[in-house]
Design a protein around this ligand. Structure first.
Ligand code: ZN
Length: 299
């Protein structure tokens, strides 16, 4: 079964939280106005957006997908989507541990297991991965059986750029080696580093070699390859298979808004690269869905 480990749930609430208090703020129906500005379809209610996602997954024969609540405070939108389609959708949510009180804030979000992964963006929220607040995230994940997703490497948020929102990210804070330092202390917590480390491919491989609980997702166009002269996606897959192995690679697209919907070209490019890399059927089956199903068994 094809599973997509990396999609963003751009809800109405997401657009409200993203723009409130910024120069892009608007009055009235914020989600509709911002969607119009972006050329997106308005997301509507979380339930309506969840239905649209499932129809889109059906259209492409995708069995299940992870949907990320992509700004702190939007967890409820993804929880509502998952509650509506528990056999199809897996909830991830962006969380900023920097303000502290991590366990008090996280435990209620993880308690009923509707949300299955905490997504950290240290470069965006500007904290170090060896800060004790990050260990608190891993503690909470460990006790509730959740995974931790840590964005490393280059970070560009397309929608922020298009709306002219400032993005003062400190990329030094998203280092896969710093992920390994904390992940190695919580071996039962599955950890996902997206986009093969997004430019820190060597460090992501080193981290995966060090920590059996670190997984890499394959999502997006992987335009970070531009920082490695001559690197191809085929070579990336070959190297990742050699170091992390087929059990720790998770297919993803980084799909987000409608009407674009599920980003099939990303899928097709990865399938071709895996074939070119001579990945076995077993390896491909694991990468394209088996590993996701193991980490996030259907409800
Ligand atoms: Zn993403």
């Amino acid at each position: 079964m094809l599973c997509d480990a990396h999609c963003h749930f751009f809800s109405s609430r997401y657009l409200e939280l993203l723009t409130q208090g910024t120069p892009a703020a608007v009055d009235g129906d914020v989600a509709a106005a911002i969607s119009a500005k972006l050329g997106w379809d308005p997301p509507g209610t979380p339930e309506a957006l969840a239905d649209r996602w499932v129809a889109e997954l059906d259209r492409h024969n995708v069995g299940r997908a992870a949907l990320i609540a992509s700004i702190p405070g939007d967890e409820r939108s993804v929880a509502a989507a998952v509650a509506r389609h528990p056999s199809r959708l897996v909830g991830f949510f962006m969380f900023n541990p920097a303000p502290g009180h991590v366990r008090e804030r996280l435990e209620p979000l993880l308690a009923d297991r509707t949300l299955r992964a905490v997504a950290l963006f240290p470069a965006m929220h500007r904290y170090r991965l060896d800060d004790p607040v990050v260990a608190d995230v891993f503690e909470a994940a460990q006790s509730s059986g959740a995974a931790v997703f840590v964005h490393c490497g280059v970070l560009t948020v397309g929608v922020r750029k298009r709306l002219g929102l400032p993005s003062p990210f400190d990329l030094r804070l998203g280092d896969p080696l710093a992920v390994a330092a904390v992940a190695s202390r919580y071996p039962s917590v599955p950890v996902i580093v997206p986009h093969f480390g997004a430019g820190m491919f060597r460090e992501a491989l080193m981290a995966a070699a060090q920590c059996p609980n670190i997984h890499l997702d394959t999502s997006s166009s992987n335009s970070w390859m531009a920082y490695h002269p001559g690197l191809t996606l085929e070579a990336v897959f070959r190297q990742a298979l050699a170091v992390a192995g087929p059990e720790r690679l998770l297919f993803g697209t980084d799909s987000s808004f409608f009407p674009r919907g599920w980003h099939k070209p990303v899928h097709d490019t990865q399938v071709a690269a895996l074939a070119a890399a001579n990945a076995t059927l077993d390896a491909r089956t694991r990468i394209m869905g088996g590993n996701f199903a193991r980490l996030f068994p259907a409800a």
